[in-house]
Design a protein around this ligand. Structure first.
Ligand code: N01
Length: 538
């Protein structure tokens, strides 16, 4: 590796994104004494937790688990106030990490990358920003996130709306006050399900536009008792090691070995009830080993939640609209809520089933469906993201020999281990499509990827390699494996963002690797131990 510091805009490594992935990449790679630049579109660190500031935003992985493990001092000193951390607390943590490890000096904020071109002669990536700046580096690391390209559906007439509108994934930095307002919200994914109960308490009236009913389970969030924190911190090392042996990268939930169908109906009901009252989606989905692989097993759990919805929501017609019947529980991300279904018992909340009467346009006054026009002072789009590939393909990525990533991935992303894509040398992706990413604890996945990339770049530096590139054959066999694993589960059956179903025209390909972070880690380690099998180093 050339310590390419002859021009201020030339680096060994450029990292795109200063969320949890970009921050740890910078910290870790500094130990290789490289010249690194991180570019970030926002004006501060935090990624997802910088942008998603909507009311009620909260993580669905326990705070003591959804945090970096690389520094014992950090994990011992940092105090998480709640079981499931709220967005402001996670953002505070991200800022603390940036300050504690002096990261900001290598991060250029307010910088969005427009294009990245690799030259096979010079072995350099040339990045152009939207402001026209040029940045060159031997390696380009995509730490741009899995859910970072928000999507407002292409509704006719949005520009005519006289009120204010917001997307949950691009929420203003100042408090939005809905007091006394008539608010409409479109979308009942995890973001909508967290936003709805909070906005309902503030708005004069909240109208929820639901296309697909969604499962949701109580988070059972609470202030962390000091004795729980103390015990966890005393055993942090063991807890992290235990997490590494699970598919989801979280300790405290040993993966189950029993089939749901082995238990009697009474025994199952007792377990479901216990898990419902304990809270959390890992606990709920992994009470038995076959909920996500066996339709009959899944149907039992799905039906339990439908019965809960009918029990909570007083208006039977509303309850029926809220009962999901079009997908198996857990095959779309299972949201955690605080009083979501209960919110529909409020007098100031109404539900519109847009599956039956779709939205036709946004008008000056509000939202018009095929049935009626609803007037609003504000509209919230909780309509999700162009997930997993969106932020990467938003950048025009090319290689001097004519390869174009948008063209290569036009029928779905193809990667080796989710980290590299053949034909695009020296580009490394953190939690890319084809890696466990969104199907595991994201921070564990990030640390695993970055540590692996660290070893790879150490090897590159020591051996003075110029180019690192996935081999096509290795990539093809990885893609096949990712698909085979997905097809052995119920996941691909749902119209979820995991398969790109939320974006009209996006190819239907199941993108995450669902064999689990534990198995994936072993494979990555084997690849490295075998001299980076499937990767050409020149
Ligand atoms: O987005 P989504 P999200 N007309 O895509 C609806 C993570 N996350 O931002 O289901 C009408 O899940 C769409 O309807 P349908 C988590 O991984 C984590 O909520 O496509 N409606 C759906 O109801 C999550 O899975 C946390 O029929 C339209 C909603 O909008 C991921 O982010 C919190 C529509 C979009 O749901 C994304 O969640 C929040 C249209 N044209 C998010 N287009 C936690 O950690 C879309 N919809 C807790």
């Amino acid at each position: 590796m050339t310590a390419a510091a002859n021009a201020s805009s030339q680096y060994d490594v450029v990292v795109i994104g200063a969320g949890f992935a970009g921050m740890y990449t910078l910290h870790k790679l500094r130990a290789l004494n490289l010249n690194i630049k991180v570019v970030e579109a926002g004006d501060n660190v935090g990624g997802t937790w910088y942008w998603n500031r909507y009311p009620g935003a909260r993580c669905d992985v326990e705070s003591l688990e959804y945090s970096y493990s690389f520094s014992d001092e950090l994990q011992q000193e940092w105090e998480w106030p709640e079981r499931f951390a709220a967005q402001p607390d996670i953002l505070k943590y991200a800022n603390h990490v940036a300050d504690r490890f002096d990261l900001r000096r290598d991060i250029q904020f307010n910088t969005r990358v427009k294009s990245a071109v690799f030259d096979r002669q010079t072995n350099l990536w040339t990045l152009t920003t939207t402001k026209g700046e040029i940045i060159q580096a031997q390696f380009c690391i995509m730490a741009s996130g899995n859910l970072s390209l928000p999507r407002v559906p292409d509704f006719k007439g949005l520009e005519n709306f006289k009120g204010k509108w917001y997307h949950t994934g691009q929420w203003p930095h100042e408090k939005v006050d809905f007091t006394g307002q008539r608010v409409g919200i479109i979308g009942t994914g995890a973001s909508g399900i967290q936003t709805i109960p909070v906005v309902a308490k503030e708005a004069k009236h909240l109208t929820v536009f639901q296309r697909s009913a969604n499962f949701s389970v109580p988070s059972v969030n609470y202030v962390l008792p000091p004795e729980v924190v103390k015990k966890h911190k005393e055993n942090y090392k063991q807890a992290r090691a235990e997490a590494d042996r699970t598919p989801f990268g979280i300790s405290g939930y040993p993966p189950p070995t029993k089939s749901l169908l082995e238990d009697s109906a009474e025994a199952r009901e007792e377990i479901f009830e216990k898990k419902w009252n304990t809270g959390g989606n890992i606990s709920f989905l992994y009470g038995y080993k076959d909920v996500l692989t066996n339709k009959e097993a899944n149907e039992q759990l799905s039906d339990f939640v439908r019965r809960k919805i009918r029990g909570i929501v007083k208006d039977a017609k509303v309850a029926e609209i809220l009962c999901p019947n079009d997908h198996y529980i857990g095959t779309k991300r299972l949201p955690l809520d605080i009083g979501y279904f209960e919110t529909y018992n409020r007098d100031n909340v109404s539900l519109v089933n847009i599956k039956n009467a779709p939205i036709v346009e946004i008008t000056e006054k509000g939202i018009k469906t095929t049935d009626a026009e609803y007037e609003f002072d504000a509209i919230i789009f909780a309509t999700g993201f162009d997930a997993m590939t969106g932020a990467i393909m938003d950048i025009d990525i090319q290689v001097s020999d004519g390869h174009e990533l948008r063209q290569k991935w036009s029928e779905g992303p193809k990667t080796y281990l989710g980290i590299m894509t053949a034909g695009f040398p020296n580009m490394l992706i953190i939690t890319g499509p084809g890696s466990p990413s969104v199907k595991t604890n994201m921070i564990s996945a990030i640390e695993q990827h970055v540590d692996w990339i660290f070893d790879l770049l150490k090897c590159v530096k020591e051996s003075q390699y110029k180019r690192v590139e996935a081999e096509l054959e290795a990539e093809e066999s990885w893609v096949k494996h990712v698909n085979e694993v997905a097809d052995s589960t119920l996941y691909p059956l749902a119209n979820s963002w995991y398969v790109g179903a939320n974006i009209p025209g996006k190819p239907r390909v199941f993108m995450p690797y669902v064999a689990g972070l534990d198995k994936y880690r072993v494979i990555c380690n084997e690849v490295a131990a075998e001299g980076y099998r499937g990767i050409s180093l020149v």
